[in-house]
Ligand binder design. Structure first.
Ligand SMILES: [Zn+2]
Ligand SMILES: [Zn+2]
Length: 269
């Protein structure tokens, strides 16, 4: 087990962020989120959030960025200097850009932003992504009933995040969970989420000693993996984000064994 790889401080910080996000979500007016679910587009793998019109409250977004900076500084005083002045950079125009680029996972934009302003590379995207999530989560809540299945390889049908987490519910039903937006959807027990492979010979499960509730489903076709957690014994069901965080050791094991959270495209495709 590699549980020690993830520091306690990191987990505490992440839990602090999850608590902030739960709070922030309450201050979003649900009426500012208008889904426009186009079944054909969704079948083609377009995430539902991309088909949703969201009127962002930019002031709120800027305030959340400041709160995140405050939390990061509290957890690690060394960061305080590095984060000084960042909230001044996030004017209205930049906030809108951050929302757009975070929405579409545009890592290059954020790396460029960090370079331009002399920031550590991870900082802008980390802030933007975490301040965007409450909107994605509320979007997911609004449309959850319409979300049944996902197209293999498209990631989360609501936000497009690569799929990496499933739970087993009653009768061993497998339900995929998105740690980013908290959407969930059904999946076949033996099927690769990344490439659709359902051949039981090339879908394997890695189990972890001393952790009977967890396994890692791996696919030899595309080298993708997902974590599968049997939460039937849990008294209180954690949110997908918390479950993802608490099982991060499984990601290390999968990746050390050569598997990825995003399967490789097959050459034959
Ligand atoms: Zn999602
Ligand atoms: Zn696969």
């Amino acid at each position: 087990m590699k549980k020690s790889v993830v520091s306690k401080e990191y987990q505490t910080l992440q839990k602090g962020i999850l608590a902030l996000q739960e709070n922030w979500k309450k201050s979003i007016n649900p009426e500012t989120i208008t889904p426009n679910l186009d079944q054909a587009a969704m079948k083609a793998g377009v995430p539902a959030a991309a088909l949703t019109s969201i009127r962002f409250d930019i002031l709120l977004f800027q305030q959340w960025i400041e709160e995140l900076i405050g939390l990061l500084g509290q957890h690690n005083p060394e960061l305080e200097d590095k984060l000084a002045g960042v909230s001044n950079l996030v004017n209205e125009e930049t906030a809108i850009r951050w929302i757009d680029e975070s929405f579409s996972f545009n890592q290059l934009y954020f790396i460029g932003f960090a370079e331009e302003h002399g920031l550590e590379e991870w900082i802008p995207q980390f802030l933007a992504e975490n301040a965007l999530r409450p909107y994605l989560q509320l979007t997911a809540e609004k449309i959850q009933e319409e979300i049944q299945y996902a197209h293999p390889g498209s990631g989360c049908p609501v936000c497009g995040e690569p799929a990496r987490l499933a739970v087993l519910e009653d009768k061993g039903k497998k339900v995929m969970q998105c740690p980013r937006c908290h959407a969930h959807w059904h999946a076949k027990r033996i099927e690769c989420t990344h490439c659709g492979n359902d051949d039981h010979k090339t879908i394997q499960f890695i189990t972890v000693e001393g952790d009977a509730a967890s396994s890692i489903q791996v696919c030899e076709q595309c080298k993708g993996y997902i974590k599968v957690i049997d939460t039937r014994q849990y008294l209180a069901k954690p949110t997908a984000a918390m479950l993802d965080l608490n099982t991060i050791h499984l990601d290390f094991i999968a990746q050390e064994n050569g598997y990825q959270a995003w399967g490789e495209k097959l050459l034959t495709n």
